[in-house]
Ligand binder design. Structure first.
Ligand code: COA
Ligand code: AMP
Length: 630
């Protein structure tokens, strides 16, 4: 099968194409309706099919005789622990944990928030929730209490699953005080919290609300799988948009299972028994899709790695794991490769390990910069494939299909649209641009299975955020172009979202926090290009008149505020006090121009600028301070 034939079939006969892909899975009731529109006029996949995602990921494999195959390899250099869990063992743990959740009152459609580090129990919690037909919402462990509180408020969970601590390179982070603080901040209170006590920290439990994970599971009876509809939600995952409030992306059971299973064969070329490693975190979409659901639905062995690419203990960590477990496909973010390259520029660590089983390295989360891609291909001797992703889609929008027809790699391009995705480049008016012309990347509707069909509890927000910019299209928020050969180049966000070490963050949210400081009149946060993390935020602040504060003290206070409100992962460090911010006459701050200026790019100031003298003034200041790259 050629890429062209596969792709064209997905465009010309989407229902036939996806019906066939759905047949690869074990449904309770196979869907008669493949694609339909709901009462809000939104496309939905497999509306009348009945399934259970946890059944497809576990019970089905055990029924097929794969019970003794390893489902999860847990490798945690930060806690010095390694373990392997077979499909049969994982099924047993998940069924009992589901029993525990059921005993705590969780049923179909109820929400369970999971705030945990990278440990097997986080995966168990997700699958146990899915087993009951309930809806999980995993919150990345690096988020501070106010971020967790916003998600509790929105998702209204009955139960929260957590652990006593996470382990970073240099410190143990106790989760329980963060969880308690978040519950205090949220007007919604959960009925129960279940805490997994790790040996590195023991959390005191609040009587009547908190339970010990191990004790509760030991008492529980296994729960059976609860059938759900194809369009019933499997999970909510919050992601940063342009406003301070994150959006709850809703993933539906049917389309998700079908698309993910297909992607394992088509994009990653892995099958039953292969070892697949997505070096991410279960708190991000890559973790949901490719640490948990896709590899297990496909019958692979997945690696749960609690560590970093460097410093745990060195820049050979990834290659050690690939060697030790015979990883066939590795998937991570460019920032990890850049960190490895910085520590091991000559690639000495590659030579220490046997990477003969590793076939392909995949990258996503931000654009893979050509120098890092070239370096990695040279040192590893493997194809390094960039593919473009969003939390909203749940899987690669563009990719180089290793299981269909591998295409020549073009540096800087995430290759071609994945079957099902109709990728177009539009101008501001929604007109299609020619190949080579840069514009807004939009996806013509219908989106393929697994993509979001709503924002949790707010279909209008979904329509307004994604469907209203270009009639008949999903607006991706990314800009780029398609070249003469049909290769897609994604060049970056066209909105106020930035990408810090593969973590998607909102500059608008940081501005809200900085703006709440008593001395700040107004501010702008923009992304500065960074050799390691891709982008890091910097703040430009105008002080209220009459206020006296030195820049260093203000900067320190703002760093603390951002760390306490969003988390250390925001990597906010630098604040510059400026006299004024450049604005249009209607008062819109020219953030894009400032971003271009800071990154040493050419910029064209709009004719509507209020005071043309401001940009040169800020530019001179930032040049003097060494902020602007030449
Ligand atoms: N819980 C608590 N804190 C966390 C955390 C977590 N799960 N993850 C990160 N942090 C903290 C770190 O300890 C650090 O705190 P510090 O400023 O007090 O030192 C801060 O957040 C920034 O962390 P990070 O971005 O991980 O930077 P780093 O300098 O510690 O490590 C890299 C740099 C490149 C090794 C690291 O960013 C990395 O592994 N990136 C890969 C990212 C990735 O996999 N993304 C997934 C998307 S596919
Ligand atoms: P997230 O929702 O956290 O997965 O972040 C999605 C955003 O990350 C996209 O909108 C892009 O801006 C960026 N992104 C992800 N993968 C790529 C890629 N391969 N190339 C360019 N940008 C990417």
């Amino acid at each position: 099968m050629s890429y062209k034939a596969e792709y064209e079939r997905s465009m010309n006969d989407p229902e036939g194409f996806w019906k066939e892909k759905a047949e690869a899975l074990q449904w309770y009731t196979f869907p008669e309706t493949i694609l339909s529109k709901d009462e809000h006029g939104i496309y939905r996949w497999f509306a009348d099919g009945e399934l259970n995602t946890a059944y497809m990921a576990l019970d089905y494999h055990v029924e097929q005789g794969r019970g003794e195959q390893v489902a999860i390899i847990y490798d945690s250099p930060v806690s010095n622990t390694k373990a392997q869990v077979t499909y049969a063992e994982l099924l047993n743990q998940v069924a009992k944990t589901a029993g525990m959740l059921r005993d705590l009152g969780v049923g179909k459609g109820d929400r369970v928030v999971i705030y945990m580090p990278m440990m097997v129990e986080a995966v168990v919690g997700m699958l146990a929730t899915a087993r009951l037909g309930a809806v999980h919402s995993v919150v990345f462990g690096g988020f501070a209490p106010p971020e967790l509180a916003v998600r509790l408020e929105d998702a209204q969970p009955k139960v929260i699953l957590s652990a006593s601590c996470g382990i970073e390179i240099s410190r143990v982070i106790e989760y329980k005080p963060l969880l308690d603080k978040a519950i205090e901040l949220s007007s919604h209170k959960p009925q129960a919290c279940v805490i997994f006590q790790r040996p590195q920290a023991s959390s005191p439990l609040i009587e009547g609300r908190d339970y010990d994970w191990a004790q509760q599971v030991a008492q529980a009876e296994p729960a059976a799988c609860v059938p759900v509809k194809g369009t019933d939600p499997l999970y909510i995952l919050y992601t940063s948009g342009t406003t301070g409030k994150p959006k709850g992306v809703v993933r539906e059971n049917g389309g998700h299972a079908v698309a993910l299973n297909y992607s394992m064969q088509a994009i990653y070329n892995v099958g039953i028994g292969d070892v697949f490693w997505a070096a991410s975190d279960v708190g991000w979409v890559v973790g949901h899709s490719y640490i948990v659901y896709a590899p297990l639905i496909r019958g692979c062995t997945t690696v749960v790695y609690e560590g970093k690419p460097i410093m745990t203990p060195d820049a050979g960590a990834f290659w050690r794991v690939c060697d030790e477990y015979g990883v066939k496909a590795l998937f991570t973010a460019p920032t990890a490769f850049r960190a490895i390259k910085k520590e091991d520029a000559h690639g000495e660590f590659f030579k220490k390990y046997d990477l003969s089983k590793l076939q392909t390295i995949f990258s996503a989360g931000e654009r893979l910069d050509p120098p890092s891609q070239e370096w990695l291909m040279e040192k590893s001797g493997k194809p390094v494939i960039d593919h473009w992703w969003q939390t909203e889609t749940g899987w690669g929008i563009t990719a180089n299909l290793q299981g269909i027809e591998p295409m020549p790699i073009k540096l800087g391009s995430s290759t071609m649209p994945t079957p099902g995705f109709n990728v177009q480049i539009l101008d501001e008016a929604g007109q299609q641009l020619k190949n080579g012309e840069q514009g807004y990347i939009a996806l013509k509707l219908p989106l393929p299975p697994a993509c979001l069909a709503t924002v949790w509890g707010n279909v209008d927000k979904f329509k307004e955020s994604y469907l209203s910019t270009f009639e008949g299209y999903y607006a991706s928020g990314d800009g780029g172009y398609i070249d003469q050969d049909g290769y897609v180049f994604v060049m970056g966000r066209v909105d106020d979202v930035i990408n810090v070490a593969g973590h998607r963050l909102s500059t608008g949210e940081m501005e809200e926090i900085i703006g709440s400081h008593t001395v700040v009149a107004e501010c702008a946060v923009v992304g500065r290009d960074d050799d390691l993390k891709g982008q890091i935020p910097i703040g430009l602040v105008v002080l209220k008149s009459g206020v006296e504060i030195d820049e260093a003290s203000l900067s320190k206070e703002l760093v603390t505020m951002i760390r306490n409100s969003i988390g250390a992962i925001a990597c906010y460090k630098d604040t510059y006090i400026v006299k004024r911010l450049p604005k249009t006459r209607s008062g819109k701050i020219l953030r894009k121009n400032m971003r271009q200026m800071i990154n040493g790019e050419n910029y064209v100031v709009p004719s509507t600028i209020d005071d043309p003298g401001i940009m040169p003034e800020i530019e001179a200041l930032l040049r003097e301070r060494g902020v602007i790259r030449s």
